[in-house]
Design a binder for this molecule. Structure first.
Ligand SMILES: [Zn+2]
Length: 337
């Protein structure tokens, strides 16, 4: 509970300290920056093969950003297992025929998102100072989440990128265009290779933002859990649960929860690992199977004796039952989760 309060408090403090408090991104008042999240004719994966997507993408780029007038900045990000040793790749093609190929490591604690954002940001800084740049500059990226975040006023992790683009838009006409990934668009494939090369370079940066740290920790816990459960299969009913239900089941399966046993033995919080009932340590098995405090509600949920494995790794219905039981007892007895 304390941890939760610290997290909420940190969020409030961060929000209060961050310089961006405008309702809309700075460039919405100006018109020299446009963000395009789609390409006409490119639909869902199942409807088109890579060749068709490539053809539509190349055609769209040539029609809207002809290489004779526009500097093309292809960017891509890469991170090991999506959460560490990030790399930003930038491939720039100027109308005069010159090229720039740039690889920048983005840090030990770098998620894909940060690597993608850094690639666009560094690309913006680079074209701003390049003698080969033209008035029109298009950034071509497959990082849809970045483009969506840039359009929103809540992109607090993208302040540096926002500043770089705002600065560039004072003197240039800028477009940010989504393109499909891995369908052999030359510039995109080149940026992808440059990003992978960057990720393999010496990493010096250790800084990370609060929300990146949360993503990294969550991915790390998930990875540990997968290692502890090698027989885990993708058709685990867990994946069909709601996000809230998944959180409950995940905490029970991993043992990373707020039960006294975990708090006391792993985090050294509290005075003992004992359950309020004083008949044993407050472990997952104690709560699910034995604690006398929850006996009535447990009998209601599971009229027959049900093994732990079924409650945690059974069918969708089994998992849903467990995910309902835990918040019910937590609410009634105000002890954990
Ligand atoms: Zn108990």
């Amino acid at each position: 509970m304390l941890l939760f309060h610290i997290i909420v408090l940190t969020d409030i403090i961060l929000n209060a300290l961050l310089p961006r408090c405008a309702k809309h991104p700075a460039w919405e008042e100006e018109t020299s920056l446009q963000i395009h999240e789609t390409i006409p004719c490119i639909g869902k994966k199942s409807t088109q093969n890579d060749l068709e997507k490539r053809s539509f993408a190349v055609d769209h780029i040539q029609t809207n950003y002809p290489a004779t007038d526009w500097t093309h900045v292809y960017t891509d990000g890469s991170a090991e297992k999506a959460v560490r040793n990030g790399g930003a790749g930038i491939y720039i093609k100027y109308p005069g025929g010159e090229e720039d190929k740039i690889s920048i490591p983005t840090g030990v604690f770098s998620i894909n998102y940060k690597a993608e954002a850094t690639a666009i940001q560094e690309g913006a800084a680079h074209v701003q100072s390049s003698p080969h740049s033209t008035k029109n500059i298009v950034f071509l990226t497959n990082a849809l989440s970045i483009l969506q975040a840039l359009k929103s006023s809540k992109n607090k992790d993208l302040n540096d990128l926002t500043s770089a683009l705002t600065s560039l838009s004072q003197t240039h006409t800028i477009a940010l265009q989504w393109i499909p990934s891995h369908c052999n668009v030359f510039g995109n494939e080149t940026a992808d290779l440059l990003a992978k090369k960057a990720a393999a370079l010496q990493q010096n940066g250790y800084t990370t933002t609060y929300s990146e740290a949360k993503t990294i920790i969550h991915a790390q816990q998930h990875e540990e859990w997968l290692q502890e459960h090698p027989n885990h299969v993708q058709n685990d009913a867990y994946h069909a649960l709601t996000r809230a239900e998944q959180v409950v089941i995940f905490r029970l399966r991993t043992g990373h929860n707020r039960l006294n046993h975990h708090l006391y033995t792993k985090l050294h919080i509290g005075t003992s690992d004992q359950c309020t009932c004083q008949t044993g340590g407050q472990t997952v098995i104690h709560v699910l199977q034995h604690c006398p405090m929850y006996e009535n509600i447990r009998n209601l949920m599971w009229p027959q004796d049900t093994p732990m494995a079924q409650k945690l790794y059974g069918s969708l219905e089994d998992l849903r039952r467990t995910a309902t039981f835990i918040p019910s007892v937590a609410m009634l007895f105000d002890v954990f989760m």
